[in-house]
Design a protein around this ligand. Sequence first.
Ligand code: BEZ
Length: 211
Amino acid sequence: MAVRLGDIAPDFKAETTEGEVSFHDWLGDKWGVLFSHPADFTPVCTTELGMVSKLKGEFDKRNTKVIGLSVDPLDSHKKWINDINETQNTTVNFPMIADDDKNVSTLYDMIHPNANDKLTVRSVFIVGPDKKVKLTLTYPASTGRDFNEILRAIDSLQLTAKYSVATPVNWKDGDDCIIINSISDEDAEKKFPKGFTKVKPYLRTTPQPNK
Ligand code: BEZ
């Protein structure tokens, strides 16, 4: 069954390149990104995993752990990591799940048979410290993901979890936010001391509250 926003992210135990992981315990009180790629020793995946390694410091800053997955076995992951390190000029620094029994990919509905009945698609699940799924993405094998967009989305998720705001189109950290409509103007004055602009009764903007 599909994993939907607001669901508890299914827990699992899995072999990874950094030893056995029990997902919820591994997350602890942090945010998490679980992402799948179709197959080891493939070009787009090689660039994606290299980029995630390079962005590890950005995920750390956001108190977020990252874990990859494909249905390839552990010895394949380990051999491929050497290629990723060599060609992408990096050192892979996060665990990759060896899901050769398809346990996790089935739990998370990462195999879409009408796309490919054997390999995972490019799924992303962002999980909050409460273990609930906050965001999902699904890309086909031919389209590499933009992990800067995933960082941007984490910024929005973390901000909107804490303040009564939403983030508008193309928002990035530091930009003005939108006050959610359940907050009255009177409460908005108290909650947002930097003030707000009322463009329409349903469209009120305010400087990012935590900046
Ligand atoms: C790739 O990562 O390059 C890839 C993987 C599976 C199918 C197509 C492309």
